[in-house]
Write a new protein. Structure first.
Ligand code: CA
Length: 763
């Protein structure tokens, strides 16, 4: 009997039946990878990583250096790349790749490429496995933040090779055959790095190296036998192994932006563990982070989508700091090239991520954002500016000065415990200057904005209306931050006044925002369907709602609640007309709006992602509840084509996470969320302070999607907003759901907390 039980246990263990499904098991890292230049289904790659890890690893289908690193529709793999890429448009830096081949040693990326199939592929956040069919090799990888392991199981007897590709632009590889150790560096980058930038790597093999062939000038260079020292524009080596059939070759690797010695130190993250031990530890790390949110739902697809989105929400901004031999937190500065103490994070664009990604961190992972805020203070000290788009240093990309939102929200929510004064200096400096070389850092056009109240459209500054609207919100954030820090009104009231600058672009005739000329007249030939021009990756119908901090003010400008609601309705019901003349071709964001079936509502890009929640301000919250669920159902799937546009470093995913909980941060810095409707029967969030936030919506469904009543901690909650502080104390939200809208009350607009009006539901 005993033996039988043991046998059964052994069988169960073998087939994995006994292990309960854990949060990370629901994640599909391939979501969003079925993308191209013309159409983005996320523009993501399967990041094999730990949460906020310094290095990610990904299989590579594209040519080395191509931002479209891994595309689901491809048939061949060229290697496995250590990557720091936030987006294909921004591309990568510090990357190098590894491949295993059989037969004659080859370095060329086309000749070494192998056919593969998704049927012989397993992608997890902490583990990736694939069959390299052309070489009869099973490849596996698993990771820590700064180290990784690969295991290649050779299917062919005899000559098998490990290819190390340090990329072009200046690289080095040195092979110590005796100690089976490879060291080197890559300098490959796409900008935003100091002159001395290097990513140093160390790789240790557990197998003898028979021969080494090397190149110094890339794929067209002839492989030279016994070339163990390669330094040139493009260094690469092929390690020839004499492996048995079925033999596994393990690689232990680490890297550092600081020094070769630090790279060796970073190997310690592997703790001398076996491949499987490292894999299990990395899996446990994911479950700790993803498991902070427990979702109960009997629809497996819902769970897969939710946890796949949560996975994307905890990758960026990535760590760019390392721990030295004494245990100190150190970083290589991507701003001044020095090695300095303290935290540093990078690879995020605040134009995207101020909206809901950073608010999500403040709710569920505040200790991480606390470190990120220290990193921002360091970025200011090292470069004189807060970043707006960092990868790894300042990049010229997008508009706005939304670092103010990211910094202010963290201070207002009590997340930031250090460097507050430095951050205050940073946001006020950034509001009144522009980076001398990176025009999207600080505020281009700040002189016009401060004197005229807007950035004119006829002074050679593009996308001027978008900039104005975002600067006005950013000013409101600075004002709120100053208030929270106890700054005197005399110092901060200027920002309160400037927060109203959005009014300067409102055209009463069309009830839309328009570009304005220096002389005070609106730009001629206004086409509200024109993307770009005075706006950024959107049209006037998208950007008119960028008054996060004062929806009441916008309602008044539009002529009241019913006018405002009608304008919102129009976005959802108009045909997806567009004018792409600013770009000269149909940019993918336009195409994604056109095909998604939501009229002018372009959820595939960021400017409009808060819009559906604005129905709460005009007394029609049921339309928020209706449309948000439609977007969740139709525009998010746990499949390779699962996003409706660029995912953008957690922003589009964090929208889903918040929306699934039943509330959304329309105005970061306000201390409030705006209510939607819960998507699941039950969600439990373990907050870092030990408190629990629970959201119950018994019998919620696509039919019963309308909130009849909210109770917070057992008391009826009639506001359409909820204080974040209430939730952080630990709270239970009970939503009663129904198939028709019910009476409800309008919440306070964040900028006018004393003004309270009540609107009843109607049909
Ligand atoms: Ca985007």
């Amino acid at each position: 009997m005993k033996q039988t039980i043991l046998t059964v246990i052994a069988i169960i263990a073998c087939f994995g039946i006994a292990s309960a499904t854990s949060p990370v098991d629901y994640v599909n890292p391939l979501v969003g990878s079925q993308s191209s230049h013309a159409l983005s289904a996320g523009n993501t790659y399967p990041a094999v990583a730990v949460p906020w890890g310094m290095n990610f690893w990904t299989p590579v289908t594209g040519e080395m250096g191509n931002g479209w690193t891994y595309t689901y529709q491809s048939n061949t793999l060229r290697g496995f790349k250590q990557t720091h890429q936030p987006s294909p448009w921004i591309n990568d830096y510090g990357q190098f790749s590894i491949m295993a081949t059989s037969g004659e040693p080859v370095f060329d990326q086309n000749k070494r490429a192998s056919w593969f199939s998704h049927m012989a592929e397993e992608a997890k956040p902490y583990y990736y496995k694939v069959y390299l069919a052309s070489h009869n090799i099973h490849a596996e990888m698993t990771v820590t933040s700064r180290a990784a392991m690969m295991r290649f199981t050779m299917g062919n007897e005899g000559r098998n090779n490990i290819v190390i590709d340090a990329m072009d632009g200046g690289s080095m590889i040195s092979v110590d055959k005796t100690n089976r150790r490879i060291t080197g560096y890559t300098t490959k980058n796409s900008g935003g790095v100091p002159r001395n930038f290097k990513n140093y790597f160390v790789i240790e093999l557990d197998h003898d190296i028979e021969n080494v062939c090397g190149v110094e000038n890339g794929y067209n260079d002839t492989l030279k036998l016994d070339k163990t020292e390669c330094t040139g524009n493009h260094a690469g080596v092929v390690l020839v192994l004499n492996a048995d059939r079925g033999e596994s070759v393990n690689l232990r690797m680490a890297s550092s932006f600081i020094s070769p010695e630090q790279a060796v130190l970073n190997l310690k993250e592997l703790k001398d563990g076996t491949f499987d031990e490292v894999k299990e530890r990395s899996k446990a790390e994911w479950n700790e982070v993803l498991g902070r949110v427990e979702v109960e739902d009997d629809n497996l697809d819902h769970l897969r989508t939710f946890y796949s989105c949560l996975y994307r929400s905890v990758l960026f901004p990535r760590s760019l700091y390392e721990i030295d031999a004494q245990g100190n937190v150190m970083h290589y500065s991507p701003y001044n090239g020095k090695v300095l103490p303290g935290y540093m994070f990078t690879d995020t664009g605040f134009w995207d991520t101020f909206r809901s990604l950073f608010p999500l961190l403040n709710l569920i992972y505040p200790s991480m954002n606390e470190k990120m805020q220290q990193g921002l203070a360091n970025a200011y000290r090292e470069s004189g500016f807060l970043p707006e788009w960092a990868s790894p240093g300042h990049r010229d990309c997008m508009v706005g000065n939304n670092s103010a939102s990211v910094v202010a929200d963290a201070i207002i929510q009590g997340v930031t415990t250090q460097d507050q004064e430095t951050l205050w200096e940073a946001v006020t400096h950034g509001a009144n200057s522009v980076h001398p070389r990176v025009s999207s850092t600080g505020r281009i056009g700040w002189e016009y904005y401060n004197s005229l109240g807007y950035v004119p459209c006829d002074v050679g500054i593009n996308e001027s209306a978008a900039r104005t609207l975002e600067y006005a919100y950013d000013d409101w954030c600075i004002y709120q931050m100053g208030k929270a820090m106890g700054k005197p009104e005399s110092e901060i009231s200027i920002y309160k006044d400037r927060a109203q600058n959005y009014r300067n672009l409102f055209d009463t005739e069309t009830k839309l925002m328009r570009g304005k000329k220096k002389d005070g007249s609106f730009a001629e030939n206004f086409n509200p369907f024109k993307w770009g021009g005075d706006f950024t990756e959107g049209n006037s119908w998208h950007y008119t709602w960028s008054v996060f901090h004062d929806p009441d003010g916008l309602i008044n400008l539009m002529g009241g609640n019913s006018q405002f609601a009608a304008m919102l309705d129009s976005v959802m019901t108009m045909a997806p007309l567009y004018d792409d003349s600013y770009y000269g071709f149909t940019i993918h964001e336009i195409r994604e709006m056109q095909i998604s079936g939501f009229g002018q509502y372009a959820h595939g890009n960021q400017p409009i992602q808060h819009m559906l929640y604005l129905y709460n301000y005009c007394g029609q919250p049921w339309k928020t509840q209706y449309w948000v669920r439609e977007v969740m159902n139709r525009l998010y799937k746990a499949t390779p084509d699962g996003y409706c546009g660029d995912e953008d470093n957690g922003q589009t995913s964090a929208w889903y996470v918040f929306s699934a909980l039943g509330f959304y941060p329309v105005c970061p810095g306000s201390g409030q969320y705006v209510m939607g409707a819960p998507y699941y029967n039950k969600v439990k969030i373990r907050l870092e302070n030990g408190k629990k936030l629970q959201i119950n919506a018994k019998d919620v469904s696509d039919t019963d999607r309308f909130v009849q009543q909210y109770q917070v901690n057992g008391k009826v909650h009639n506001l359409n907003t909820i204080d974040i502080a209430t939730l952080k104390k630990g709270a239970t939200i009970d939503a009663t759901m129904g198939n028709t809208p019910a009476s409800y009350q309008k919440g306070e607009s964040p900028i006018a907390p004393k003004k309270k009006r009540t609107y009843l539901f109607g049909k």
